[in-house]
Design a protein around this ligand. Structure first.
Ligand code: NOJ
Length: 563
């Protein structure tokens, strides 16, 4: 295999000084971060009480998954009131306290905005159900008559991302079957109609509500789903693509429609009208990256999640191409690339890298009946992967618990599962609960290792989580937590996030990848044989105890300062 580094990416130091171009942003999943009131569900006071540990980790910002009012049918991604806190998580006053504390600690805060769909319990949807066909209330959503003589077939062939049809039929007040409504996710998450200017107006007010409270920006859920092709035509390739799309082929009618871009331009203007570099990151699953780059043009989103990189198998050729594509696409529009290895929708990377990479999609999760990963190998590779990523210029997202090397819960019993994917596929896809289990803070403190004081947990931890608890790692040389702290501190000190990128051709092969960021050489060994390194000072190593003059062993990453 020859990887041609002469046509590979080159990235010059960042174009602007804004914080989001190089920030390390830590995803807090509020249900599972820390639980102050002991009811088994994480909450805002819990987050506030532990923010000090995040500041000490060395991150720049936190992104909070949704904590707004919600029936929790999709763990909060089904919002019934965008301007209030769900009582499960606390109150608006608790949110303000959390935000104040984060700002005192120098951390910025992004909140999750879910504009593609609401909860079916949202007053807009309840009003739509209670109103006539063709009414202004129904125009907030996509209501349509069914097909077939009696309208008992769904209006089109779309399928839900969570399995099953993307349409549910309503019942009229007199008990007769009514129109159908569209939901690209669960039936409890009806899609909003973004052709309706009233929806746009409502969301502009929601943006302002949170900006006025002082948030530093938003992570925007499924922005590429908001526009729908006129008339909601059939998906041209549902047999092959299912709910999704096939890259490079005809654009499906429910993903990345051009009509959405003016919306984000308006949002950008709103953010820009506030002081303090407010920013928004779009969860725009749009590939290839040359397409995604359109979403981060200078007057749209500040960042998008780099799904090409996230979906890349941990193999040199695949990563080489994905990094090249990333710099090429994002540099082309002057936006930073983001680098992500884990989040609340996919198998944790410490587990993915332990041998389950061949699974069809990482979001399918792993259940007790699946082949079980190799924990030790997974952790070793995950640590190396993280260090490889932290050396890259741009912005990086971390998912809570990865700094502990936390593996997925791969043996969760069915009775505990909550992800709608599990229920909508009758258990064929176990879903995403395994990466959402509450964090272990203090080993042996209650059944949930310090997640709270009562030991209750909305998802039970596996026994092994005690080994990963933060207190077992704090100050312990060689622990994953200390590796993250050291990597983040070094990245900051050396300005790697703002830095440059060039491949180091001598380390680009079928067994290794190497790149330079300023005078730091980052090399990872994918093979089995040791690799000789040039002389230099070791700035960081994924294996503890590495000293100068030693070879790079299998599954290891090193940062070498070459003068
Ligand atoms: C993406 C979110 O990350 C995921 O958790 C959620 O289920 C879907 N969007 C629907 O909101």
């Amino acid at each position: 295999m020859t990887l041609d580094t002469t046509v590979g990416a080159r990235h010059l130091a960042r174009y602007g000084q804004e914080w989001w171009r190089s920030a390390v942003i830590y995803q807090v999943y509020p249900r599972s971060f820390a639980d102050a009131n002991g009811d088994g569900m994480g909450d805002l006071p819990g987050i506030t009480s532990r923010l000090g540990s995040l500041a000490a980790l060395g991150i720049d910002a936190v992104w909070l998954s949704p904590f707004m009012r919600s029936p929790q049918k999709d763990a909060g991604y089904d919002v019934s009131d965008y301007c209030d806190v769900d009582p499960l998580f606390g109150t608006l006053a608790d949110f303000d306290d959390m935000l104040t504390r984060a700002h005192e600690l120098g951390l910025r805060v992004l909140v999750d905005l879910v504009p593609n769909h609401t909860s079916d319990q949202h007053r807009w949807f309840q009003a739509a159900l209670a109103s006539e066909e063709g009414s202004p209330e129904r125009a907030f959503y996509h209501f349509k008559d069914g097909r077939g003589a009696s309208g008992d077939l769904p209006p089109n062939n779309w399928v839900s991302m969570f399995g099953g049809p993307a349409w549910t039929r309503t019942t009229n007040p007199d008990g007769t079957p009514g129109q159908w409504y569209c939901h690209l996710f669960d039936s409890s998450q009806p899609d909003l109609n973004w052709e309706n200017p009233k929806v746009e107006e409502a969301f502009e007010a929601i943006l302002r509500f949170w900006l006025d409270r002082g948030v530093d920006g938003f992570r925007v859920d499924q922005p590429h789903a908001m526009g729908k092709a006129e008339g909601l035509p059939d998906h041209p390739d549902v047999e092959r693509a299912g709910a999704g799309f096939i890259e490079g082929e005809a654009s499906p009618p429910m993903w990345f429609q051009d009509s959405v871009h003016p919306i984000f331009r308006k949002w950008r203007k709103i953010l820009d009208s506030y002081p303090g570099e407010r920013a928004m990151c779009g969860e725009a699953y749009v590939l290839p990256l040359s397409f995604m780059a359109l979403w981060v043009r200078p007057d749209e989103f500040h960042q998008t999640f780099n799904f090409r990189f996230l979906d890349s198998e941990w193999k040199p050729e695949i990563l080489f191409n994905s990094i090249n594509e990333s710099f090429e696409a994002f540099d082309g529009v002057g936006a930073p690339s983001t680098w992500v290895l884990s989040n609340h929708d996919i198998i944790r990377h410490a587990t993915r890298m332990g041998g389950v990479q061949g699974r069809p999609t990482a979001s399918d999760g792993i259940g007790p009946n699946d082949p079980q990963p190799d924990r030790e190998l997974g952790l070793r590779r995950a640590r190396a992967a993280t260090l490889f990523v932290l050396g890259l210029p741009g912005s990086t997202y971390l998912y809570q618990g990865e700094e502990l090397g936390l593996p997925e819960h791969t043996t969760l019993a069915d009775e505990f599962r909550q992800d709608p994917t599990f229920y909508r596929t009758s258990g064929k896809r176990v879903g995403r609960d395994g990466c959402r289990v509450p964090l272990p803070w203090e080993s042996g403190l209650g059944a949930a290792n310090g997640f709270n004081r009562t030991g209750q947990a909305w998802l039970p931890q596996p026994e092994i989580y005690a080994e990963y608890a933060r207190d077992r790692q704090e100050g312990v040389a060689g622990s994953t937590l200390e590796l993250y702290k050291h990597g983040l501190a070094t990245r900051r000190r050396l300005g790697l996030g703002e830095g440059s990128f060039d491949w180091a051709p001598e380390f680009v092969s079928e067994n290794s990848l190497g790149y330079r960021n300023g005078d730091i050489l980052v090399v990872h060994n994918f093979g089995h044989e040791p690799i000789a390194l040039p002389a230099g000072e070791i700035s960081a190593s994924s294996l503890h105890g590495m000293t100068s003059g030693h070879d790079l062993v299998a599954d290891q990453t090193v940062w070498l300062r070459i003068s």
